[in-house]
Design a protein around this ligand. Structure first.
Ligand code: GAR
Length: 189
């Protein structure tokens, strides 16, 4: 991955679909001097994404697209904003092969499991159902194959006997907020 030169931060877009707690966390991280990235665009596939409020709060441009037919428009937007790097943060759509190719090794994702375990949806309920003792989260490169790109960083947490879906999701999310900035630092330093 390209090294940081001088003081210029790498223009980054964050793609979301929902609450945006990772988005909020990455924006705050990006404002620190040590951050290699700046957040210049927020992209959502739905107007209902609560995380869109952070665009207003932090004065960041936002775009809403229907991802099925809009990839050309999205690419144009990214070009216009000179976006060089993309972080998926709770983004629930699958990007096309062609799109991923255009941003080869420049798209990363956070996934709420210890990949390669539990690719796809409902990771926490699967971990609980299987009586797993450990779970966690993974930041990885995005490739055409779902949740299968090279792992950048992973963090583990214990599943307590009393944990339920809500408590486990909360526990993992707290971990995600540490992992995502650490993974970004690892890539660029
Ligand atoms: C996070 O737990 C993230 O790992 C997960 O959605 C949540 C989004 O939370 N992502 C996926 O499941 C992707 N397949 P947030 O909107 O509060 O950041």
């Amino acid at each position: 991955m390209e090294k940081l030169t001088g003081l210029k931060k790498i223009k980054t877009a964050i793609f979301i679909s929902g609450t945006g707690s990772n988005l909020n966390n990455i924006i705050k991280f990006s404002k620190q001097k040590k951050s290699p990235i700046s957040i210049d665009l927020i992209v959502s596939n739905t107007l209902d994404a609560k995380g869109l409020k952070y665009a207003e709060q932090f004065h960041i441009k936002k775009k809403i697209f229907n991802f099925k037919n809009d990839e050309k428009k999205i690419l144009l937007s990214l070009k216009k904003e000179k976006i060089k790097f993309i972080c998926l943060a709770g983004f629930m759509k699958i990007l096309s092969k062609e799109f991923i190719k255009k941003f080869n090794k420049k798209i990363i994702n956070i996934h709420p499991s210890l990949l390669p375990k539990y690719k796809g949806l409902n990771t926490h309920s699967r971990a609980i159902k299987n009586k797993d003792k450990l779970t966690g989260c993974t930041v990885h490169y995005v490739t055409a194959s779902l949740d299968s790109g090279k792992i950048i960083l992973q963090k583990k947490v214990k599943i307590a006997a009393k944990d339920n879906l809500t408590s486990l999701a909360k526990k993992v999310l707290t971990l995600e907020h540490k992992l995502y900035p650490a993974a970004i630092m690892k890539i660029f330093n």
